[in-house]
Design a protein. Structure first.
Length: 346
């Protein structure tokens, strides 16, 4: 198994990406080799002072970098020797089994789609994010790939989400729900109502509507929504937890509360770890004919290490083959209407 890392992607590139790869290689649970893609001189320079198994690390030179300001489609054509393009092409040719980048989400999605293609039956890819709660995680998708979704997109997201949740967690029949503004059947936009009809017709353990609060409890395993709503939920959650922990820490620093602070410090540290996005590595891009993981732009070395472990799990679970086989079967009894093929704005 070889996992490809775009070392030039992200706010902290290339140092953090290389450090995360080395931490992964030095972990006894790691089983894959790592291909570092980027400017060769920088890679060699960063590797010189580090200790690792050199037989498990490979370097692929790429002279160009995709910036956050670059147009994804234009840069795909013009920057053919970018670390992102070269890295994804390694997966396309079979030289790599998975790709990870902390660079531009739009570019990673566009490059993956144009290079690797879509799985048959999937019209648009989705980005999935695992959200923590007391008893495990909830898979939320889409969190940024498709801002204006069609009902058939949300159906396909539900099927893919159920497959990947089952593959990663072992849950035999994941509980799937559709994001709305209430549990009642009459609530929701026309997009939500039409998508509910499709999801009810699919071979899924569909449980109806979910509300925003259900992301962080154990009511459902997979929650489906459009990329605009999902991305707002994801960013809101990240900022809320960060603000909450900062506020608690500031208040516990007061002299009158120091004794209590010492007592709850272990619990506080544990909770900070649970909600730290770096502990979850990357978000898989679902619907692409290859494993492509999008890491947070501000990822640290722990996030890159965890993204490598997530890629390792996805490769071992043969998730692409499972989606290819099962989505065709799941869609076989679905009849799309004209409404299902449209972006519904009202």
């Amino acid at each position: 198994m070889k996992i490809v890392v775009d070392i030039m992607g992200g706010d902290n590139a290339p140092f953090i990406n290389i450090e995360g790869a080395i931490q992964y290689l030095n972990d006894p649970e790691s089983t894959a080799d790592v291909i570092l893609v980027g400017k060769e001189d920088l890679i060699h320079q960063e590797l010189q002072s580090r200790s690792f198994d050199s037989s498990r690390i490979h370097i692929q030179h790429a002279s160009q970098v995709v910036s956050m300001e670059d147009s994804p489609t234009r840069s795909y054509k013009e920057k053919k020797d970018s670390s992102m393009r070269v890295g994804i092409e390694l997966v396309k040719t079979g030289a790599g089994d998975a790709f990870i980048s902390a660079g531009s989400t739009g570019a990673t999605m566009t490059y993956s789609l144009l290079s690797l293609g879509r799985i048959k039956g999937v019209d648009r890819p989705a980005i999935g994010a695992f959200m923590p709660h007391e008893d495990g995680t909830t898979l939320l998708l889409d969190v940024g790939a498709v801002a204006e979704a069609k009902p058939k997109n949300l159906l396909q997201f539900g099927i893919m989400g159920s497959i990947i949740y089952r593959k990663i967690t072992g849950e035999k029949a994941p509980r799937v729900a559709l994001m709305s503004i209430g549990e009642e059947a009459e609530k929701g936009t026309p997009l939500v109502k039409e998508s509910k009809r499709l999801l009810e017709s699919a071979n899924l353990n569909f449980k109806g509507y979910a509300e925003g609060r259900d992301i962080f409890n154990n009511k459902f395993d997979v929650i489906v929504t459009d990329g605009f709503t999902g991305n707002v939920c994801l960013k809101l959650a990240e900022s809320t937890f960060k603000t909450l922990f900062t506020m608690i820490k500031g208040r516990l620093d007061r002299p009158s509360r120091l004794i209590g602070a010492r007592l709850i410090k272990p619990v506080f540290t544990e909770l900070v770890g649970i909600f730290d996005p770096n502990n979850y590595g990357g978000s898989p891009l679902l619907g692409i004919k290859g494993i492509s993981l999008i890491a947070h732009g501000s990822s640290n070395e722990k996030a890159i290490k965890n993204a490598l472990f997530e890629a390792q799990r996805l490769v071992k679970s043969n998730v692409i083959d499972a989606i290819e086989q099962e989505i065709t079967a799941s869609l076989s009894n679905i009849t799309y209407t004209d409404l299902d093929e449209q972006v519904i704005h009202h």
